[in-house]
Design a protein around this ligand. Sequence first.
Ligand SMILES: Cc1cc2nc3c(=O)[nH]c(=O)nc-3n(C[C@H](O)[C@H](O)[C@H](O)COP(=O)(O)OP(=O)(O)OC[C@H]3O[C@@H](n4cnc5c(N)ncnc54)[C@H](O)[C@@H]3O)c2cc1C
Length: 454
Amino acid sequence: MFDVVILGGGSGGYACALRSAQLGLKVALIERDKLGGTCLHRGCIPTKALLHAAEVADTAREGSHIGVNSSLQSIDLPKVNEYRDGVVGRLYKGLQGLVKSKDITYIEGSGRVVAPNAVEVNGQRIEGRNLVLATGSYSRSLPGLEIGGRVIASEQALQLDWIPNKVIVLGGGVIGVEFASVWKSFGADVTVIEALPRLVPAEDEAVSKTLERAFRKRGIAFSTGVRFASATQDATSVTATLENGTSYTADLMLVAVGRGANGAGHGFEEIGVTVDRGWVPTDERLRTNVPNVYAVGDLVPGLQLAHRGFQHGIFVAEEIAGLNPRMIEDRAIPKVTYCEPEIASVGYSEAQAKEKYGADNIATYEYNLGGNGKSQILGTAGFIKLVREKGGPVVGVHMIGARVGEQIGEAQLIFNWEAAPEDVAPLIHAHPTQNEALGEAHLALAGKPLHAHA
Ligand SMILES: Cc1cc2nc3c(=O)[nH]c(=O)nc-3n(C[C@H](O)[C@H](O)[C@H](O)COP(=O)(O)OP(=O)(O)OC[C@H]3O[C@@H](n4cnc5c(N)ncnc54)[C@H](O)[C@@H]3O)c2cc1C
């Protein structure tokens, strides 16, 4: 009998296994595919490797602007893929070694929950005092739109060994704008179709506006506010038609309209666990409605991010060990979108803060990266926007500009420690860094701007 049996070895599942083992719990981890799950093999890591290659391509293309005479000869995509696979492979090996080095029983196979305390895998019954459901998510499509041929999801996009001349990206959320950014840097003609009125609709409106401006400048076309109606394809092309009759034709169409939860077909409902269209709802301590059965990661409604999965996994291990851990709510989880320019945020957007605190009770400040030395050196436009409760803490940080993802660490500490701009203002930010812009924004909102007019 194990203390913890975990179904799914992605970010949520393996983090739970590692922390459980660390706490001396007897743990079994069941994975049907590859340890590391979506993030390592089909998500965060391979896409960010492509985005890095895209950045190198842009740097080569634009070198002469700063007197470094370089040009982009070509993109050898099989070689780029080899580099990407090398990164994934090394991390995979490291993770396998880590799991092996702990006292974790790792079982390869497709598991099925057969009782609130048992999973069947490879014809064997694995029993545990606690079950952790960590089966993750999958690429969703729209009703009537099948993935196949020239209509692809992110999994197929990562398998490509050629660069489309023209590509349609259906969905202007995180995954959509990241692929749009990569393909544009690799030389493709890209059109993004987003049904909502703006790109990255989950971000603060000012961020969307700046991204749209930057995409226009980069020559990435997009349509917002009109819904996709249908797609047809033949041997040479795919055509997407919108509800207003506009149509776009390309070599490929990437469907990036979100991810569904993988809660069906694993026996969850049969043992009484509530499953809602694939999602497994939990209470704030990640308990499902069945005692001693927990759910973590993308399977649980909310933000679908690897670091949320890690946090969930660690939390459940500590909860089972009786450590009474602290839960971090989704609002406090940092988010980064790695397109060019990058986007990073934590907390409430201005609109959300107005709704929560009242329009008269919040103050905002936007520090333009134009005033930041390092950003000028990099040649990036963008801003850092702060939202605060008047007389109180910073409740939202929103950033856009090259490399701003690296600034999210401090931003999430400020949010989570409920720091007021006046608390941050006296702290020192090294010069010249982009991090300084975060310091400047707090100085300005605390009423003592340095390199700013407001
Ligand atoms: C293209 C893309 C880019 C992304 N980029 C980022 C990013 O930059 N940053 C970020 O934070 N997040 C990113 N994500 C999201 C991130 O990948 C997910 O949030 C994360 O992987 C969720 O972890 P998880 O453990 O919940 O699920 P998963 O990683 O999906 O793992 C679930 C695992 O369960 C296994 N499994 C399922 N059913 C069974 C069964 N019956 N028996 C045994 N095993 C089973 C699966 O094989 C899988 O390995 C990205 C996702 C995609 C698709």
